[in-house]
Each structure stands twice: as structure tokens, then as C-alpha cells.
Design a binder for this molecule. Structure first.
Ligand SMILES: Cc1cc2nc3c(=O)[nH]c(=O)nc-3n(C[C@H](O)[C@H](O)[C@H](O)COP(=O)(O)OP(=O)(O)OC[C@H]3O[C@@H](n4cnc5c(N)ncnc54)[C@H](O)[C@@H]3O)c2cc1C
Length: 566
């Protein structure tokens, strides 16, 4: 595999060096955590201050030239599938570039796949969220198996004996990539197989079938999965049909007898982005699997996993926006045009301030959401808040990040469109989070489901918004409108009926997200940020693109805060 390090290699001096003027120095050797005051404050506020040291260390590591290079190399040298060995035997192995393994090792050693499972102190979800947000800024592709491994445990616990067998190796801080039975490994990873050719959102239509072996809880599974990421994981939570309906199973790569399971990787997807991560099409021919939870209740079982991966989508989206912003600011600080640094040009100031507000609101929302995962165990209101806020935040942050990253890319001009900057990678990665773990519409329908089936969820959301009542008249008016819309959802049989509610579900979700973000900014950000966000996003003084903040916002205060970025 060719190793390409051209993006950060020192240029060879040549006669043409004299032409390299007004170019921006590489953004390297900075601490991703310490340079993000909003994240740092959020971590302390949400009860996770005990992990500042770990966050500082990882933040520093991710900003080094070496670890930045891992991110580039893992994407420039994508995984390669080997379906057969040289003698024609099935092999079904995917090989990765060493830099991918370095990234995986770093994430596992930092507990991104396990922290709240092993750490009993409050705030562990927030710590993990912050670690994840930092990591996604460096290289997001490898976080797919990391996220699935962590999330799987919540579903696996529906089968306590099986969870007991697997959990110790799942939470291990050893990254062990060898392809071998779990018993021979020091640490294992878990993936997820739900999506089939005929549908990913509507998993009840799955055609894969599972036949019970005698009266045991073991089954033989035959069928396929159309998208199965990270196929080198040691086991997968999958859905398959039994006589009782859609059911969840744990399907390992090796059978308990130590033989390769009938898990055949047909090919790898040629994807828009997310290149370091292998996403495959697989087939099962009487593959061994163990039942997880009750037969016929597969969706209810696996949804526990999906809730966690949705949180991770929101975290990654916030991370991509933060990294895009940091790159845009760095460029604007060093590049001049028309006799001034770009950051001094009034219109560029409007664009950067607008991007900064969006990123700030995203970080606050994801930290608040992660905090609710910590508190929901012993706080009913937080549990109800978490239920609906997961869907609202997943939808909105994942919708905002592609447009945000695209605008940040343009701040770098032509350099932003070139692979040597990280922007093309962020740009290709961003739309993915809106697709997987419930595409936009499906998530908005989930918001409706939460609000109509669990009235406590809407009440918890409104209680949260009430906490800033009286702080800003524009926000108050917006929250009143949200309340009216929520009562409309509760009376879904009235006038428009549920179809009407579905038709308007995106608009409702967007409104709830904006209200939440505004309320968080009022509480935890500077008045300049809160005012500019409310004026532009809630009160309508904004165009259709970034860089259209109205006159009268406190630009100098927003820009001062931007100046604190690396
Ligand atoms: C890179 C990548 C990796 C992936 N990895 C995995 C993996 O590891 N495991 C796994 O199981 N899946 C994986 N997926 C699959 C992913 O979760 C699905 O693509 C996603 O759930 C959507 O399913 P679908 O592609 O079948 O689209 P469909 O279900 O056909 O949906 C198409 C569109 O219709 C919309 N839609 C669906 N139902 C409704 C409705 N009732 N009302 C309005 N609109 C609706 C959806 O929002 C979507 O926009 C991966 C996908 C990608 C791109």
C-alpha cells in the first residue's frame, strides 16, 4: 500500500519557493480540547470535570502531526477485501492500513468504546462524548465500529448470560485486530446488521430467516445484509425473522466450536466518504447465532443499541462542524486578499461568526444530550428528555453539518477543495450521519412517536425550555409556538390527523431543536452568541445561507471568542 504523507511533508526547497506567498501554515501541533472553551466548559458543567486530564491528553495527541497523518493515510489507503485465499478457500477478511489500526488502538485505549460501562463516576457519558467529538475531528471513519461496540452492550444485556460471556472482552482496553475466535483475543468489537436489500428503515420487512437448533437459544441464520459496516468486528447484532417475527441475534465471526461462521463478505461498498471504514454486503448460509431477548421483539431489543449510535451521530456532527470552523478561522487569520487578512474583511467576519454560532450551538446541544444519558438512570424527567432529545438532536445536528462544512470549505477558497486540506474529507463524511441510524424522515417520525406515545417526553422538553423563560422575548414567543405545536401532536386524531402531523414532522423537529439550542445558548454562552442565534435562527433576521447575520449583532464579541480558537 502506498503511504502518502504529502499533505504535511516539508516542501523540498526549489527555485519556485519564492512563489509560495500568502499561503497558510499547516494547522498542526495544537490541542483540540484546550482550544475549545465551549467543550471544556460543557464537560465541567455536565459533571465530567474529573476527566479533564484525559481529555487534555487526547486533545493534544490528536492535534499532532503524526496523528493527523494517520487520519489521512487511513483514508487514502482504504480497506481491501480478500474473499478467497490463493487456494480458492473462503477467507472473508478485510485488511486495513496500519494507520487505521493506530487510530483504532488509540480510541480503544481511551475507552471510547466502553467508558460509561466501566466508569461508575457520574458524567461518564459526557466524558465519552467529548472524547468522541475530539476524535471525530481528526478521523471519523474508524469511530463506526467504536460506536457500535459501545452501543451493542445496551441491547446485548437483554440476554444476561450472553452479555456476561462477551462483556469483559468488549470493555477491554486492548485493541486486538487479529481474526480469531473471541476466546483467543484480548479485546473484541461488535457491529450491527439490520439493513437488507429491500429496505433499511423498514426493518420489519427483513427476509433473513433464523431456524432454531432444537430447544436451545441457538439458531442457524440464512439471508443477507446489504450494509454491514466494519465486517471484521468479532460479532454482530443482527435482525432476522423467526416464526414469531423479527428477532435480534448475536452472530459471531467464529462459531463456539472455533470454526469460521458462515458469514460471507460479498464486496465492499464504494462510498462517497467514510473511506477508512469498510462497509460491506454480506450473506449468511446457516450461520450460527444466539438469540438476544425475546423472539418477535427484535426491534425493541436492538433499539437500545440504536439510541446510543444516534447519540454518536449527533456527537460526530458537532465534531465535524467544530473542525470545519477551526480550519476556516485558521485560514482566514493567515490569508490576505485585497490588502487585508480575510478575517478582517467584514463579509468574511459575517460568515465566520455565523459558522461559529452554529458550531457553538451544536456543541452545547450534544453535551446536554450526553448529560441526559448519564442522568436518565435515576431521573425520570431526564429519561423522558433523553428519549425525545436524542431524535431531535440527531436530526438537526446531522442536517446542519453538511451545509456548515460546505461553507467552511469555501472559506479556504480553492485550497479547501483540495484533498491536502482536511475539508474534502469532512465534507464527504458529513451527509452520512443523517443517513445511518435512521435517515432524516425516519428520525422525525420517531420524534412524533416519542411525543405522542410518551407525553412525559414533550413535558420534559417544555420544562427544559421554561428554564429560560423571561430571558428573551423572541425566545419566549418561539417557545410558546412550540408548546402549541406539541399539543397539536398530542391531539393527533383531531383535524389534520396523524398524516398531517407526519407531513409537518421535519418542521416541528427543526423548531424544537432551534428552541433547545437557543435556550442552551442563553444559559451557557455569551450574550452575543445567544442574541445573534436568536435574531437569525428564531426571529427570522437571516438569509438562506451562512454569512447573513443581521446588522446589530455584537460581532466584535463573537469574533473575540473566535480568536481563542487555535
Ligand atoms: C456508509 C454506510 C454504512 C452503513 N452501515 C450499516 C451497518 O453497519 N448496519 C446496518 O444495519 N446498516 C448500515 N447502513 C444502512 C443505513 O442504516 C441505511 O441506509 C438507512 O437506515 C436507510 O435505509 P435504506 O438505505 O434502505 O433507505 P430506505 O429505507 O429505502 O429509505 C429511503 C429514504 O426514504 C425515507 N423514508 C423511509 N421511510 C419513510 C417514511 N415512512 N416516511 C417518509 N420517508 C421515509 C428515508 O428517510 C430515506 O430518506 C449503512 C449505510 C451507509 C451509507
Amino acid at each position: 500500500m502506498a503511504s502518502s504523507t504529502k499533505h504535511i511533508d516539508a516542501p523540498q526547497s526549489s527555485a519556485t519557493d519564492q512563489f509560495a506567498q500568502n499561503q497558510v501554515p499547516p494547522l498542526t501541533g495544537y490541542n483540540l480540547f484546550l482550544s475549545d472553551r465551549t467543550l471544556e466548559q460543557s464537560v465541567s458543567r455536565e459533571g465530567a470535570g474529573w476527566a479533564l486530564r484525559q481529555l487534555t491528553e487526547l486533545g493534544g495527541l490528536l492535534g499532532t502531526e503524526e496523528v493527523q497523518r494517520w487520519g489521512f493515510e487511513a483514508n487514502e489507503n482504504p480497506p481491501v477485501l480478500h474473499t478467497h485465499d490463493s487456494y480458492g478457500n473462503r477467507r472473508d477478511e478485510v485488511l486495513f492500513h496500519p494507520s487505521y489500526h493506530q487510530l483504532m488502538r488509540t480510541s480503544v485505549e481511551n475507552g471510547l468504546h466502553s467508558l460509561p460501562l466501566v466508569e461508575k463516576r457520574k458524567g461518564a457519558h459526557v466524558v465519552r462524548a467529548a472524547l468522541m467529538m475530539l476524535t471525530a475531528q481528526n478521523e471519523a471513519g474508524h469511530t463506526c465500529p467504536i460506536s457500535m461496540t459501545f452501543s451493542a452492550v445496551a441491547a446485548l444485556r437483554a440476554e444476561p448470560e450472553l452479555a456476561r460471556q462477551w462483556e469483559r472482552k468488549i470493555v477491554s482496553s486492548v485493541y486486538d485486530p487479529k481474526f480469531a475466535p473471541a476466546a483467543e483475543k484480548q479485546g473484541v468489537l461488535v457491529g450491527m446488521g439490520m439493513t437488507e436489500k429491500q429496505g433499511g428503515s423498514d426493518v420489519r420487512a427483513n427476509t433473513t430467516r433464523a431456524e432454531r437448533i432444537g430447544s436451545s437459544r441457538d439458531y442457524l441464520v440464512t439471508g443477507h445484509k446489504w450494509f454491514c459496516s466494519a465486517p471484521m468486528c468479532d460479532a454482530f447484532l443482527i435482525l432476522a425473522q423467526t416464526s414469531k417475527g423479527i428477532t435480534c441475534f448475536l452472530l459471531p465471526r467464529w462459531t463456539p466450536a472455533g470454526e469460521r461462521n458462515a458469514f460471507y463478505i460479498q464486496r465492499l461498498k464504494d462510498k462517497l466518504g467514510n473511506r477508512s471504514n469498510a462497509s460491506s454486503e454480506i450473506e449468511f448460509v446457516q450461520a450460527w447465532a444466539h438469540l438476544v431477548g425475546e423472539e418477535g421483539r427484535g426491534v425493541q431489543t436492538i433499539i437500545e443499541m440504536v439510541n446510543h449510535t444516534r447519540l454518536d451521530c449527533a456527537i460526530a456532527a458537532a465534531g465535524l462542524m467544530r473542525q470545519a470552523l477551526v480550519q476556516a478561522i485558521h485560514h482566514a487569520r493567515h490569508r490576505s486578499a485585497f490588502g487585508k487578512l480575510l478575517i478582517e474583511q467584514p463579509l468574511m467576519q459575517n460568515v465566520l461568526a455565523d459558522l461559529a454560532i452554529e458550531s457553538e450551538a451544536a456543541t452545547l446541544l450534544m453535551a446536554r444530550l450526553a448529560g441526559s444519558f448519564d442522568r436518565r438512570e435515576d431521573d425520570d424527567r431526564e429519561r423522558a428528555f433523553c428519549r425525545v432529545a436524542t431524535a431531535v438532536s440527531k436530526y438537526w445536528l446531522c442536517k446542519r453539518s453538511p451545509v456548515h462544512v460546505s461553507e467552511a470549505l469555501e472559506c479556504l477558497g480553492g485550497n479547501g477543495y483540495v484533498e491536502e486540506s482536511i475539508l474534502p474529507r469532512l465534507y464527504r463524511e458529513a451527509p452520512l450521519y443523517s443517513i445511518w441510524e435512521g435517515s432524516g424522515n425516519v428520525i422525525c417520525l420517531d420524534v412524533l412517536r416519542a411525543l405522542s406515545k410518551e407525553p412525559a417526553a414533550g413535558e420534559a422538553l417544555m420544562a427544559e425550555l421554561k428554564s429560560t423563560s423571561g430571558a428573551d422575548k423572541r425566545l419566549d414567543a418561539y417557545v410558546t409556538e412550540c408548546r402549541q405545536r406539541l399539543s397539536g401532536v398530542a391531539q393527533k386524531d383531531a383535524v389534520e390527523g396523524y398524516n398531517g402531523a407526519q407531513y409537518a414532522a421535519r418542521e416541528l423537529t427543526e423548531k424544537l431543536a432551534l428552541a433547545l439550542q437557543a435556550s442552551l445558548l442563553v444559559r451557557y454562552s455569551s450574550p452575543a452568541y445567544a442574541d445573534a442565534f436568536i435574531a437569525s435562527r428564531l426571529a427570522g433576521h437571516h438569509g438562506k445561507s451562512f454569512g447573513t447575520l443581521p446588522a446589530g449583532v455584537n460581532l466584535s464579541q463573537i469574533l473575540d471568542q473566535i480568536a481563542a480558537a487555535p
